[in-house]
Design a protein around this ligand. Sequence first.
Ligand SMILES: [Zn+2]
Length: 358
Amino acid sequence: MIQTNTEEAFNTAPSEIPWIEPLPPWQLFEIKTQLLPTSKKVARNNPQLTQELFRRFTENTADSALSVFTDGSCHQLEKVSSCAFFIPKLQERKAWVLENYTTSFNAELAAIQQSLKFVYPLDWQDIIIITDSKSAIQAVTHFKWEASSLIPEIIELIKNLKSAGTQVTFLWIPSHSGIYGNEIADELANKTRTDPDGVTMAYTSNIKESLSKLKDRHKQETFIKIKALSTNLAVTNRTDMKILPWLTHKKRYIQVALLRLRSGHNKLNYFTNKWNSEISPYCSSGCQEIENNTHILIECPHHASARNPLIDFLVSQKLPLDVPTITGLNYSIPKHTQQQIAKHLITYLIKTKLINRL
Ligand SMILES: [Zn+2]
């Protein structure tokens, strides 16, 4: 049994989390949403067009409307999240580092929350929150209370603004397409993340996020432990714990050979030598190299020509030349491609008669 520190995951006492009662269904209201009519892909390939589209889209925005660009940023390696907003009309630029590392989804929501708090005391008829996060917009406008600890507070702010006569509208725009305000917000969020004097913003994950963090960590720890205790290559070569469908073959001897190749529990010299020291662990074709999976599948020069079609196929698919990829343990490869690799592998094993040695 692996111990996981639950206290660490729930490091904030429940009383510290501001509790806002979700609205009952009959009190839900419409939160206006607009999408810039383009896609991420089109925008990335044609930023000029996107910028022009945005200009035309906002050209008719009334003088009584205040546009606010928000953005969240997350650095997975440094485990730092930040958020920022930029209000061109007021030349207001603000950014925060989030107290606890979180997902980019939460960082985007944090930016929205901070901007709403900022405009709250101001007197504008319309507030337009411009963000590149569709998921953040959807979570708010569809009242997904559980999605983040920030949702209830954001909705509360929108509701109160509404009762005070201020209409909040969300506008989605594609990221990294050169829309000026979005670039500024993005830059602000990124800059504050690396700035040691960056202002911090309190952020507490909700139970759902804490639980999923805990689950991920437990899974990761269990996985590392299982790998450390195993001599089976089909386990130690894995990058993920999820169920991997084994490739099947109608001929039993081929099926058995493939399974032995994958697990590393086969009759190649390196493995045979482990229980019978009279057998040399070196290549039976005469190389001064240990005869293991890597050697026979990738390195051994004696099988180079037979190996060519397999290598050519991997190169054509831009796939890595390694044992996990060849033996069906690379998770990123679609099933159809994996079957083609297996076909080349089987041909190779039969042609070189290596199949009899597995
Ligand atoms: Zn060899």
